[in-house]
Structures are given as C-alpha cells and as structure tokens.
Design a protein around this ligand. Structure first.
Ligand SMILES: NC(=O)CC[C@H](N)C(=O)O
Length: 360
C-alpha cells in the first residue's frame, strides 16, 4: 500500500511504512538531519518534539539501537522519513532494531522515500508543516495541524539530583539532553535538574554555583512569560546557555530571535570563535537564531559565528559571566571539540566561588 508525505506547499512524495502504520495522520514541522550516524540520539533529543525528521543519509538503522546512546527516556519526534531504514542491523552493542524501537513507541517511519528531493524542497521553501498519511489527497487544514507548546510537555516535573561533584550546577530543564548532565558530572559537578518554570527564589534556595539553561524544542518566544525569571537567574550566577538556553539569554537581555529558512541539523557545522580565533566543527539542531542586529543596544556580544551562513552561534555578556552556544558542546551525535565551552563555563564558576552569589 502506498503512503504519502504531504508538504504544506502542496508537494506530495510517496513512500512505504517500515513500521506499523499509524492509526491517524501524523503532522509536524518537517526538518532534515544530515549526519551519517546518530539517529538514536536525534530520536530521543527532546528538542525534536513535534517534528518529522528526514534523515539525508540513505541507510538509517544499520547499527540498531543500544542501551547507551539515549538522550532521554523516550523518542520525541512525531515521525521519521528515510530512504532505507529496515535492513538487518549489526553492532556488538545493539539490543533492538530501529523498527522494533519505533514500533514500541508508536512512532511511524516512512521508507523508500526520495529524501533528496524532499530536502531540496525544504531548502528552497523553508521548514514547513507536513503530514504522513495513507491518503493521496489532503486539505491544507489537515496538514497545518497546530501542536501544543512543547517545553511544558518535555520538561521534567520534579527536581532530581545527579552526581556528587564539588561544583553545584542547577540545570533549568527546557528539554535537556542527558549528555549535558553527563559532561558536567565528568567535569566534577553535582547537577540539580529543575523544571523550566522554577522560580529564582527556589533556585537561590538550592545554592547553586552556576546555572545551565538547557536546549529544548519550539520557538523561544513561546517562553516570554518566563523571561523575567530567566533574566533574574542568569544575572545572579555564572551561566551557560545551550541552544534554546542561548536564545533565551538573548531574549532575557534585550535581544531578539528569528527563524532560519531551514535550520541547522547535523554533525559537521563549522563555527568560528571570535575571541580565541579558532574554528571548530559542531553538532547542531535548531530552527531559530539570535538576530545579530537586535544586540546593538544590549550588553551581549557575539562570541561565535556560523561559518556557512554567518548567523550568530553564541554570545557572551560584557559584564556578567554569561556564555552561550547555539551549537551543542555536548555533541552526541557529532564532534566533541567544542566541549571546551564547558571548561570555560566551569572556569567562570570557579572564579566566582566564595563571592556574593547575586551580582546586582
Ligand atoms: N536544540 C535546541 O535547543 C533547539 C532550540 C530551538 N527549539 C530551535 O529550534 O531553534
């Protein structure tokens, strides 16, 4: 039976279900990921909540699914589009196939799709809404189905503590990837993960040495009701913002964000560090960027730039120990060379230790 990918602009592509076929139509924003590997991390990164991911590498699933590479406890993507995704897998660490894993969570995967043609269309028309379905004809309203704001759904509801190192980092969870916590623990931190809307007062009562504003799904502007709280927290402690966390710092200190035509998602995105005069390869997954022109009247300075399109990839504050990265210094999937960002953050944490916590 033929199945279809309908794009918001009217384009239709055919495919075949490689997983159980879904009960109804599956809608979401269609985006593409260019890494050759890393599908397990992508599927379980909460930043992909409500998105349909097209994998550009034509052979997905060939090393199966293992116990170690999850970025959270379950997959968050709305659907998956591949060229081939059901060939037998082989890896010493694998304990299920990609198809078995997706079926367990009722996430549909459409295969035999001309993924290159879809990606070319997204690159021209921009990211858009899409629908995976058995129906050859669909009305635009059925494709343009709005999804609920994703951060309140993916952020954890309880406070949890991880590791027992000597630097205490409070991570505000907008949809965090496990690798961020693992990195901090490896570097000698105790990490307290708190829900995205935890108040400044509650965070202060935890006596953090530093704050990590995590990655997460959706448009940063959806979190404007939280922005005064985020500003109070970031102004009071050495802070590192990653991806959505970076965008939230920009909004909290007077900057603006805007949507890229088709986003950056992959494992070979070059970034220039304007302070250290270096270029490194990074792992990325974002649709939105900080608008450089909006930073002029603020205390935020551009620290990192995308080499391919010149967009803002990170910031530092002129007076406060605040550092941000649009890319993922924790990598997973992808190159780990930008993990030095964690060292710089922890240096800020150490330099601040023993001082009054509140700068104001
Ligand atoms: N990985 C992220 O944190 C993504 C940030 C934001 N949701 C974006 O798409 O730009």
């Amino acid at each position: 039976m033929k199945s279809y990918v309908h794009l918001e602009n009217g384009d239709v592509f055919t495919g075949k279900w490689l997983t159980e076929q879904p009960e109804g139509n599956v809608t979401g924003e269609i985006v593409f990921f260019t890494g050759m590997t890393g599908y397990q991390e992508v599927l379980t990164d909460p930043s992909y909540k409500n998105q349909i991911v097209v994998f550009t590498y034509p052979l997905i699933g060939n090393y199966g699914i293992n116990h170690e590479d999850f970025e959270s406890s379950k997959p968050h993507v709305a659907g998956v589009i591949v060229h081939r995704g059901d060939l037998p897998h082989s890896h010493y660490n694998a304990n299920s196939s990609l198809v078995q894993y997706l079926d367990k969570w009722n996430i549909p995967m459409l295969g035999n799709v001309d993924t290159r043609a879809i990606v070319k269309r997204i690159r021209t028309n921009g990211s858009m809404q899409a629908c995976l379905t058995n129906q050859a004809d669909l009305k635009l309203a059925e494709i343009n189905h709005a999804n609920e704001a994703p951060v309140p759904v993916v952020s954890q509801k309880e406070i949890t503590v991880h590791g027992n190192g000597s630097h205490h980092i409070v991570l505000m969870d907008f949809g965090y990837k496990k690798s961020i916590v693992n990195y901090l623990i490896e570097k000698g931190c105790k990490v307290t993960v708190v829900p995205y809307n935890t108040s400044y007062e509650k965070i202060a009562s935890l006596q953090p040495d530093g704050i990590l504003l995590s990655n997460g799904p959706g448009d940063p502007v959806e979190l404007l009701p939280q922005i005064d709280n985020i500003s109070a927290v970031a102004s009071a402690y050495p802070t590192l913002g990653i991806c959505l966390g970076h965008q939230l710092v920009a909004l909290a200190f007077g900057g603006k964000t805007k949507k890229l035509l088709f986003g950056h998602r992959g494992a070979n995105q070059p970034v220039a560090d304007l302070v250290n005069k270096t270029v490194f390869m990074t792992s990325q997954n974002h649709s939105y960027v900080v608008d450089e022109s909006s930073l002029q009247q603020t205390d935020l300075q551009v620290r990192f730039l995308q080499v391919n399109d010149g967009s803002v990839e990170g910031l530092q504050h002129a007076k406060l120990p605040i550092l941000t990265a649009q890319f993922h210094p924790e990598a997973n999937p992808g190159p780990a060379e930008s993990s030095v960002i964690f060292d710089e953050f922890l240096q800020n944490v150490k330099s601040n230790s023993g001082r009054e916590k509140v700068y104001a």
